[in-house]
Design a protein around this ligand. Sequence first.
Ligand code: FES
Ligand code: FE2
Length: 407
Amino acid sequence: MNAQARDRLVAVARDLLAHAREQTTPLASGVMELDASVYTDKDRFERERTLIFRRLPLMLAASCELRAPGDYKAMDVAGVPVLLVRGRDGVARAFLNICTHRGSIVADGCGNASRFMCPYHGWTFDAEGALVGIAGRADFGDVDMAAKGLRPFPVLEKAGLIWAILDPASTLDIGTFLSGYDAMLEGFGLSTWRVLESRTLKGANWKLAFDAHLDFYHLPVLHRNTFGPRISPKAFYYHWGPHQRLTRPERPENRVIPDHANLFGMADAAESDWPAEALMLGEWILFPHVSINSFYDGGRGILISQIFPGDTVDESWTVQTYLMQDEPDEAQRAAALRQAAFLAHVVADEDLPMSIRQQRALESGLLPAVCFGRNEGGGQQFHRWIERIMETDDAGLDILFRDGLNE
Ligand code: FES
Ligand SMILES: [Fe+2]
């Protein structure tokens, strides 16, 4: 983590400790109304899939999911087949996972491979996306093989995470979009972590599913049987461009957090001694569709939640990937797996069913607007940025993110 990123994190921690001491909570300036049709309108949904999910950098995988050369992961992202592969040169790349012959999906699932053979007629691509073999080459006729490789997407691998823009022609600078947020995420040191497990959960409209990651207001109510009715509903929101961090004004009572990671135990220590680990707690919101949370059962871990729009306005997929900092022993692994299963239960049996009921209710069309309170600044910020981006043409995106950083 560079000095500037650490300074930013220390400033957040200082602010948080001051508010905890004075028992104050900053709030958004007002209540925000949001047209309920943003969750139900089919045309709008198609525009979001294009203007958000095909124009913005998306955090598609942790680097440790593609640790070794040849490691790959195929995924469907808002209707775009994507193949992530780490090449023999160690570089992570993202390709359109569509065969340049006649459009078959080339690779499925995840694994390790030096070559990808299309299952239709057997064209073969290497781990850097080049077309290296055409079945029955002599009879096929003239093809410029160099021009028929898999179509690459712009990629940036930083902070142990991999972002891609699902538009081969995009000129948007991913670093500008990240607004220095990636430098703060370096504080996790994720490039050396490992995957514990991953699962996919179905929900309603992707923004309804993501809204539940943007506030703590609902925790003691919707999650009274899991997190408990006494968990604090207060969240502090900090933002950098469209990205955010939610954190709490006090130590969460129901979490295992070791002393060295507990910010509230070190208020008397010099700021220069605050360990990076304590500065990383809370929830990291990687706009437009990812959240990262820290947990300590069985050793230091994070849960990455990626929310992807489904095929229709009323469908989304939440991919939960649990990473651990260190290789766990058997007992630690069991504890971490219990934590991951608990978090899956909370989301699959409480948050996502709520989103499905909201969806059905809003589709009646009879509630014109929903609202976000002054204590729900995270949702306000998220929806304002979605609107802003939908209204901005391709040429204006770079400027939007440059300026957005300074607001
Ligand atoms: S579609 Fe891939 S080889 Fe024909
Ligand atoms: Fe929740």
